[in-house]
Design a protein around this ligand. Structure first.
Ligand code: 5GP
Length: 298
């Protein structure tokens, strides 16, 4: 006779499914750490707040190895220095170990201390495919009090794009003229293809009228704005996770392996520049991210 499946068997199946899900969540969190999508301090805070979470159940050894530029030798030295056993999980650390690990992280991975003075010139940048354009569009449609800068570009309009609203579509000669006559606050060639630049006049006018101005531009542009106006507020838009960014970058799978690898390398490099920014906003939900950006205005 075939034995009937009893509840303990069902429980075992459910438990092993939960274990697989937990392992996946930890693996994904490790990728976020190594790609700098989350800071080590954030993971630590989550682990301490919720020891049964993916962060809390992560082994200290795995945590350390996922940090940028930490190898096995460094990991072992740190564990010894902090008096932490390698079998420990983050959520299981004692209070002294927590404090010491946190202090070590703060020294090794210093976090930005946002400048106290706020500016009305906001710059939104971030890695390719993080959704800067969507957040900017949301702000244009829902926050008329913010002046969204309209860039000049040499690329052709896409269906639905209106000259003067989404971009000023110009040819190379006109772009050259804007550059030569100093009419652009910053400009850059993006993705090795077309040129984009921020017209200076409308921004100065809007700032003069006391409005907040938002620039949605690439990283090279953000750096130039900082050079031109050290008080500008630089905001870095982060993806909710590295896996999510990979999906958005290569999800459709229409590119060949070399192109995919190139995009991922670029994204990794772009994420590494987040330390240059004053604030970080996670684009989990467009409306929330847009509100967070707007709230950073003076
Ligand atoms: P798209 O062609 O898809 O609208 O934009 C491509 C990229 O150009 C985006 O990453 C966007 O942030 C960037 N971009 C748009 N306008 C400007 C600009 O005025 N200056 C710079 N540096 N980048 C821009």
């Amino acid at each position: 006779m075939v034995e009937k499946q009893n509840p303990p068997e069902v429980d075992r199946v459910a438990a092993s499914a939960r274990a697989v899900a937990a392992r996946r969540a930890r693996a994904s969190l490790k990728r976020d750490l190594s790609m700098r999508v989350v800071t080590p301090q954030t993971v630590l805070a989550r682990a301490f707040a919720e020891p049964s979470s993916a962060a809390g159940t992560m082994r200290v050894t795995d945590f350390l190895m996922a940090l940028p530029a930490i190898g096995a030798g460094k990991r072992d030295r740190v564990l010894e220095e902090l008096g932490i056993s390698p079998v420990k999980r983050l959520g299981g650390l004692g209070s002294r170990q927590r404090t010491e690990l946190r202090a070590w992280l703060d020294e090794r991975f210093p976090q930005n201390t946002p400048r106290s003075g706020r500016s009305r010139l906001l710059v939104l940048a971030g890695p390719t495919a993080v959704g800067k354009g969507t957040v900017a569009t949301h702000i244009r449609e829902n926050h008329p009090e913010i002046h969204l800068s309209v860039s000049a570009t040499t690329r052709a309009p896409r269906p639905g794009e209106i000259d003067g609203v989404h971009y000023f579509f110009v040819d190379d000669a006109e772009f050259d003229r804007l550059v030569t006559e100093g009419e652009l606050l910053e400009h850059a060639t993006v993705h090795n293809r077309f040129r984009y630049g921020t017209p200076r006049g409308p921004i100065e006018k809007a700032l003069g009228e006391g409005k907040t101005v938002l620039l949605e531009i690439d990283l090279q542009g953000a750096r130039q704005v900082r050079e031109a106006d050290a008080s500008a507020t630089l905001i870095f838009l982060l993806p909710p996770s590295w896996d999510e960014l990979v999906d958005r970058l290569v999800g459709r799978g229409t590119e060949d392996a070399e192109e995919r690898a190139r995009r991922l390398r670029t994204a990794k490099g772009e994420l590494a520049s987040q330390g240059e920014f004053d604030f970080h906003v996670v684009n989990e939900d467009v409306g929330t991210a847009a509100r967070e950006v707007v709230a950073l205005a003076e």
